[in-house]
Design a binder for this molecule. Structure first.
Ligand code: PHB
Ligand code: FE
Length: 328
């Protein structure tokens, strides 16, 4: 292994399938035509290349997200907002009981650069890890080009709200965001805003349904409005959320269209806690001590409401704040 980039340990040569191998601490990563192989001092693991890349894409684009990003029941990351744990078997009862779980803590820039390099090297030109399986080619096969433009997409975040002057704007055909095939029936009319003179910069409105109907990615919440720590993060979903998200705070879901089934498990052991079927108009809160994965049979619109306060994870972990949002 030679370091060819700041802090990224990448093999000088490619393997027989054309892919580089990577190391981060004691973790090793390699891929072949179908699979990704992860090794660490007490074990090893295999994942389908497409599932791995879809999960890796989210972990990179969301900069390790809130709390835990489980790529599957074995491998993943925990965000400590400055440093990140990379783990194997840590949230898996069997690995824990057998004392085979393993975890390392790294400075965020180091793991970020390593993960970005793996994502770029292992994503072929035919594959877009953010796209619905219906709207992308294959992740599999021998190394074949790359798709750097897709894997380096910036997460869309409004400063205040979509539509305000100087902020993110509603999506249009001209901007390269046609209405998605599954949302052809969504009304594209935008609200008319007549601001009093002097208030043009302060008043705006946009159609969230039209905005979401033009999203070209799936399972990728974007921030459309910000009020202090309150973030409205809507997203369009199709097929399966590529990560199992372990919460470090409560999050609210509002199902804006169609239907998503959520598998909810205990965050630490993976024991099944519930299945939540959300139909259009349903609202639910995901507690702070669970992990969850969504299944969306048709492309659907979901509003994720996040509290971005950095104080919350610590308050919950210390028992000063509850793991659930309301007492009825
Ligand atoms: C979540 O983990 O809460 C989550 C992540 C991505 C989505 C929706 C929900 O698209
Ligand atoms: Fe979540």
């Amino acid at each position: 292994m030679t370091a060819i980039q700041l802090d990224v340990e990448r093999s000088a040569d490619v393997n027989v399938d054309g892919y580089h191998e990577f190391k981060l601490g004691e973790f090793g990563f390699r891929r072949d035509e179908f699979f990704v192989y992860i090794t660490w001092p007490t074990g090893s693991h295999m994942m389908s290349a497409d599932a791995f890349l879809r999960a890796l894409q989210r972990d990179v684009a969301w900069d390790f997200f809130y709390g835990t990003v489980n790529f599957d029941g074995v491998f993943g990351t925990v965000n400590h907002y400055g440093t990140v744990d990379i783990f194997a078997g840590r949230f898996n009862d069997s690995y824990r009981k057998a004392e085979l779980d393993y975890s390392e803590n790294h400075e965020t820039p180091r793991i970020r650069e390593t993960f970005k390099s793996i994502l770029d090297d292992w994503t072929n030109q035919s594959f877009d890890p953010f796209a619905s399986p219906h709207e992308t080619g294959s992740a599999f096969g021998l190394k074949n080009g790359n798709n750097t433009e897709a894997v380096t997409r910036e997460r869309v975040t409004a400063n205040r709200m979509v539509g305000l002057r100087g902020d993110q704007q509603p999506r249009t055909d001209e901007m390269g965001f046609p209405v998605n095939r599954m949302f052809a029936d969504v009304d594209q009319t935008e609200p008319v805003v007549e601001a009093e003179p002097g208030f043009e910069d302060e008043v705006a409105a946009f159609s969230l349904f039209a905005y979401l109907s033009r999203s070209n990615v799936t399972w990728n919440p974007s921030v459309v409005s910000v009020c202090k720590d309150s973030l409205a993060c809507p997203t369009t979903e199709e097929y399966i959320l590529p990560i199992i998200h372990g919460n470090d705070r409560v999050e609210w879901f509002i199902q804006l269209s169609d239907e998503i089934t959520w598998e909810v498990e205990d965050r630490d052991t993976g024991a099944v806690r519930s299945r939540v079927v959300m139909k259009a108009g349903d609202v639910c809160a995901m507690p702070a001590d669970i992990r969850h994965q969504g299944y969306s049979p048709k492309r659907s619109m979901l509003l994720v409401w996040e509290n971005n306060s950095e104080k919350i994870p610590e308050a919950i972990a210390a028992g000063r704040a509850p793991t659930y949002p309301v007492e009825f």
